[in-house]
Design a protein around this ligand. Sequence first.
Ligand SMILES: *Cc1c(COP(=O)(O)O)cnc(C)c1O
Length: 219
Amino acid sequence: MTPADKIREITRRLPGGVRLVAVSKFHPVQAIESAYSAGQRIFGESRAQELAVKVPALPQDIEWHFIGHLQTNKVKAVVPLVHTIQSIDSLRLLRAVDAEAKRIDRPVEVYLQVHVAAEETKFGFTPLELLEVADEAAAMTGARVTGVMGMASNTDDTVRIAADFAAIRACFDSLAHGAFRSRPDFRNISMGMSGDWRLAVEQGSNMVRIGSDIFGERQ
Ligand SMILES: *Cc1c(COP(=O)(O)O)cnc(C)c1O
């Protein structure tokens, strides 16, 4: 099946109100064009270099989401190219994105990455750290915080995966009822990938990030 076929199939299965980010990292421009031809408009990339090559080669109405770990020294390169940075994993990075977006007068949406998974290696704020940065984050105008992003533990244990997604959802809820209570644009709960998006949607995800199920294995 082509990426276009997969987009049509996944879109049919997704409940209404759940948006799809097609994660195109490591896949060529032609694969993205196939998905685009099926109506897909939101694409996720995880490396600044790759993004800089793909954005000018593809249609302008694509909404690019950055989903990988972003180093502060790449902020200047990424902010002008993207609609959303989903992987804000430190206050230092958040401040750098906010400052750059103001400097070039181009507000960018960002999501706070929540760390709940078992792996030490995953990036993000712990639930407690999120609450500590919430007021400062909610006041920013260059980086407009409109949601959270998270990943479940890398395990076959569906009970654990569901619990991780429930914990991310709980973080969203406490922010939505707390520092972001007067911000109706704070509404994105980005969780779920190829292997676990159904569980994520059951736990309240309204944005899934799917790569290999659409494009095949990454080279
Ligand atoms: C690569 C990646 C995905 C997509 O993973 P698949 O298993 O290929 O669907 C989703 N989210 C993030 C943050 C990623 O880095």
